[in-house]
Design a protein around this ligand. Sequence first.
Ligand SMILES: Nc1ncnc2c1ncn2[C@@H]1O[C@H](COP(=O)(O)OP(=O)(O)OP(=O)(O)O)[C@@H](O)[C@H]1O
Length: 333
Amino acid sequence: MTGSESGFSDGGFIELDGVEKVFDVRKKTGFMKRERRQVRAVDSISFRVERGEMVGYIGPNGAGKSTTIKMLTGILTPSAGRLRVAGIDPSRQRTRLAHRIGVVFGQRTTLWWDLPLLASYRLMHRMYRIPDARYRENLGRLVELLDLGDLLDVPVRQLSLGQRMRGDIVAALLHDPEVLYLDEPTIGLDIVSKSRVREFLRELNAERGTTVLLTTHDLQDIEQLCKRVMVIDHGRLLYDGSLTGLHEAGESERTLVVDLERELPPIEAPAPARVVRVDGPRQWLAFPAGESAAPLVARIAADYPLVDLSVREPDIEAVIAKMYADQAERAIS
Ligand SMILES: Nc1ncnc2c1ncn2[C@@H]1O[C@H](COP(=O)(O)OP(=O)(O)OP(=O)(O)O)[C@@H](O)[C@H]1O
């Protein structure tokens, strides 16, 4: 094994240099008439992810996230640029890479729909040629951690979305991959299932040092799991840094929803926090997303008759739209 194949190469565990993916799309525009068009799904992207990092990869619909992940797994070949995972060129050595990566697509299952969970895992055992002892050990540990013990004999189609997602995560990790790609792992899950999946991913990363690349529309996934976030839009990398930095760049705001005992005039909050809406005893206060809600909550609790409160996260689309608006403004001025 060479230095670069071990994944400890100088450039990082996952490396992309000027990677592009252009799709040729043919559209029928009339009788015997077809129009050819090119879609630049990924446009000259470069980044590095070190071994053991947990990185969020976010962006609006159609931004190019899935296309990037498909290139990282070797399903798609880049149109240009250089791409390596653990020193391996994914599209040239897809089978070899498959033993070192795990993939979970939130919207699709890799399990066999009509088979009980355990039968799917047995098939994976054979497909990946996992040594028997390692398979048994991993299966036992993962099933316990993800609390799937009572569901192993249930056909996949009878599982709830949250159960199926946990089942898919086990399947992706049976062969001890060093890197895990997760495409929307918490989509459609209830709060309990979401926190269970997040807790598991944190433990996996801390205990096994598994490198994780996560795409999501849920900023709380990023907040709770990733120190680093990359934003992609129209195939280009728009931002690479901390979540706090992203909130600052997008000047995004969170909303504190406050239920008071009775209808009162707008709360006098310390700037820059301010009331943006009042409806009976309920008031909405916007405050910078990069800041903690704790001082604001403490102040309100001390001065007002508080019944309940909750915090709403900004959505990714709004943060990115603001970044674009700022860039456009800078370009004009
Ligand atoms: N096989 C394909 N052929 C043609 N165009 C494609 C193909 N796959 C993706 N695209 C286009 O490439 C662009 C990026 O798509 P991609 O699926 O990577 O986005 P995404 O960020 O994953 O979006 P979403 O969050 O909706 O899954 C889109 O314009 C999409 O229509």
